[in-house]
Design a protein around this ligand. Sequence first.
Ligand code: NAD
Length: 737
Amino acid sequence: MSYTNFKIETDADGIALVTWDMPEKSMNVITPEVMEELDAIIDETAADPAIKGVVITSGKPSFSGGADLSMIKSMFTLQAEEKAKDPAHAAQKLFDLVGRLSRLFRKLETCGKPWVSAINGTCMGGAFELSLACHGRIASNSKAVKIALPEVKVGIFPGAGGTQRVPRLTNTQDALQMMTTGSSLTAARAKAMGLVHEAVDPDKLIDAAKAMIKNGLKPVQPWDEKGFKLPGGGIWTPASAQLWPAASAILRRETYGNYPGAIAILKCVYEGLQVPFDTALKIEQRYFTEVLQTTEAFSMIRSLFISMQELGKGARRPAGVPKAELKKVGVVGAGFMGASIAYVTAAAGIPVTLIDRDMEAAEKGKAHSAGLVKDSIGKGRLTKEEGEALLSRITPSAVYDDLSDAGLVIEAVFEDRQVKKEVIEKVEAVIAEDAIFASNTSTLPITGLAQNSRRPDQFIGIHFFSPVEKMMLTEVILGKETGERALATALDYVAAVKKTPIVVNDTRGFYVNRCVFRYIHEAYDMLIEGIPPAMIENAAKMAGMPVGPLSLNDEVAIDLSQKILKATVADLGEEAVDPEHMALIDKMVGVLDRRGRKNGKGFYEYPAKPAKKYLWPGLKELYPQKDAGNIDVEVLKQRFLVTIALEAARTVEEGIVTDPREADVGSILGFGFAPFTGGALSYIDGMGAKGFVELCKKLAKDHGDHFKPTPLLREMAEQGETFYGRFDPYGEAQKAA
Ligand code: NAD
């Protein structure tokens, strides 16, 4: 038989090599068609007496990314339809549907012929679960091989046998750690854990896999053998009695019970290890069905997988503008941000000219990259040659003429209108007529800066976040006159440096900083009310934020907050700023010289390492403290999420953000907005506009007018609308289709 997604070649020894190579896809994924074909291949190879065993590998550089999450997303739609049609049987139908992959893998491991998975590259999720169902697993020891069960990161969990096979191959603690964090393993680590049998050189992979079969690999999994013993001991052993209470406590500490998918992993493993394998798979299937019906799973898959991928692939890129081939990028300002922008650009293979006021400053900017390269070589992430090549792409300079052949120039000089004006004029005097100019400003509106430009349609904001090397998000800001080619070039550049872009219209603070400062200002309100600082920080983390607002303000620098508050007063008048906030920050910076981490004292104290930072005890002296026992922590949690979500909604109402996907992805990647919600707008959609408006009204009554629901939200509540319904990002595409 011939297949669309697989090729089968049987050698003289009777070993069938099944190569998974989906046409027109850069990576293999599990789709309904792939499942059907795999099912048929199991039947075909099992029935053919000439075939002794099967090796499955991939024809692409990676093995597979696992299940196609669009397929899982479609299950949500299906489930909603079923619920409306036949509520009594909807869950049963979903249960049957989600068990399909698990049943297929069980069929594979009990088909009577030995199967070996030859893992040639990255092998994730459902694809690793497929490999786990094979009787043998050989991984290439290439650096490119990453093995993981990362489902928890998008709100679900390994639901095709992963939660049962992993803890039957390795000790329970490692199994839980791998699945609840979703972290990647190298081939060597997977071998050490007992998850693969061998790690070999890439060119020996297929031979080693075939050799396993030739050497008599039994087509029976250890757990199907009589007398099978769990590698970590059973649930009722002394070791387990120590592990389990700690495991649930650790999960609670890390996730505050916000992630149904993570909790389900613990339940599946705990319950599944006490019963026979087929029953264990049923338990997993039940929990998977349950988790798939949660708002968290729906919203996380939508934002963290589908939307992120769509934005990364240029969902907002103007069609029809040819792709920008950036042969050279200029970066002006080799300070904190410019040096890092030069690094990520060079790391993407693009030559950079890095300009500062003098050669010494430019060289210093390049030295930042040299430090990063040295680290990466030390950690084995780059070879010496790759590191040298990267550095050779950065040319420090103090001469603007060196920018003459750059297709894109990004300025990251001081946050000062006059300095930026001079730089814009100097750059435009030397660059080509069709080159694009971008500003990395974090506070100055792009339209205003573009007034210094001779070609405002070629002027745009590309706002990176620090640390640039780690932050995945980039905000692309459109000035009033920014043209399509500037947008397309900016998005092509952002894609080249492997960041996820959101495209926003011009406004004070753009999107991310507007929301971030709402988060920080809510903490100021709480401090002023006398909420104990530790409670403020903990409530934020319990709400799902990765960093407490006071800690975040220390990182951003408290004097920067002061500068921004002052600039807001200068531009918009006294009433634009809460005088009590101003007094708090003036005291912190002006009187106490507490500027944040940068001067070793802020809301926190920063003792010499290895001691850890701790909240500055004097903070409690600034305001009379409330009794913690009388404070409702649930309300504190709501205040943080609601104030940010409201700001996100305002940006949509004002036309700053036009696509809900960008508001959601931007909030998670930009400042870690409680990822389990799927982002700031999904948080509102998830509870429904009506519920959100009610919550806003209650908070406004107790905690201030800034919680008042906006007209848009009230209208959405009345009409039962969602952001994704009202601002449907696919609307235009659907109309066109
Ligand atoms: P920085 O002070 O570390 O660096 C600025 C650099 O610009 C310095 O090296 C300075 O010598 C150089 N410079 C100043 N005038 C110049 C001129 N006329 N020609 C050439 N070089 C000149 O500042 P930074 O923190 O890197 O910020 C730079 C820009 O990035 C600002 O617009 C800031 O708002 C923005 N930004 C900063 C952050 C952040 O976290 N620091 C985040 C996002 C955006």
